[in-house]
Design a protein around this ligand. Structure first.
Ligand code: G6P
Ligand code: MG
Length: 239
């Protein structure tokens, strides 16, 4: 193995210097509670809503979600009414968070966090949710993240890259050395727009724009992901 090859291996070894996780649907199963709360609101208002429409809400901020739901409404809503609807949905959602516990952490998450800790690779949360703080407290993971960026810290929600770029800035890691883990099509788009590597899980795993995909985090370990990346890089730089 010559010096150039060794240098390349060293470069490849540092491919990922930080991991930014989405929260709902990646770390914890609160995506289902969002769905149930929106369904309840839509039923209250006699607006058609289903799980297919719900997929468009992943990663999108609360008011953005409401606008998607109101596409099926049979009348216009005033700004005040919209605010009341969003508050009511959040009330339903918060009620379901009362029963949230570490049992709701999704498969593979604890193993990933443990590996990152062992390797001293910082972990961050990049979520559009304004309920991020409460959720992390309830599942007892607040201390596992070096940086937490929520919907309270940004102006634009995904697919805008603002959340992930702010996370990278706070982590002091170049965006191109960050890995984003996402279950939302809007989140995959945001990660790509931020110039990051993207691992798509859950519903987003069919998204061809992601660099890698898996059904959930138990189906791919951090080490396997790095090995795959190294092989791809070494193949594209054979000398
Ligand atoms: C996450 C979820 C979205 C949700 C958004 C805002 O990104 O994937 O479905 O609408 O957060 O959540 P919030 O808890 O602030 O209403
Ligand atoms: Mg999500």
């Amino acid at each position: 193995m010559d010096i150039k090859h060794n240098e390349l291996i060293e470069k490849v070894r540092r491919l990922i210097e930080a991991v930014i996780f989405d929260l709902d649907g990646v770390i914890v199963s609160t995506d289902e509670y969002h769905y149930q709360a929106w369904q309840k609101l839509a039923d209250d208002e006699n607006i058609y809503f289903d799980r297919v429409i719900n997929e468009r809400l992943r990663g999108v901020g609360r008011m953005g979600c409401l606008e998607i739901i109101l596409e099926r409404a049979t009348r216009d809503y005033t700004t005040e009414e919209k605010k009341e609807l969003a508050d009511r949905k959040n009330k339903y959602y918060r009620e379901s968070l009362d029963k949230l516990s570490p049992a709701d952490i999704l498969p593979g998450v604890m193993e990933w966090l443990q590996t990152l800790k062992t390797k001293k690779i910082p972990a961050a949360i990049g979520s559009s949710s304004k309920n991020t703080g409460i959720i992390l407290d309830r599942i007892e993971l607040t201390d596992c993240f070096n940086v937490i960026i929520s919907g309270n810290d940004v102006k634009k929600s995904k697919p805008d890259p603002e959340i992930f770029l702010l996370a990278a800035e706070r982590l002091k890691v170049d965006p191109c050395r960050c890995l984003v883990v996402e279950d939302a099509v809007s989140g995959v788009e945001a990660g790509i727009a931020a110039g990051m590597k993207v691992l798509a899980v859950g519903y987003a795993r069919e998204d061809k724009r992601a660099h890698m995909s898996a059904a959930d985090l138990s189906k791919i370990s951090f080490d396997e992901l790095i090995q795959k990346e190294q092989k791809t890089k070494l193949k594209s730089n054979p000398d």
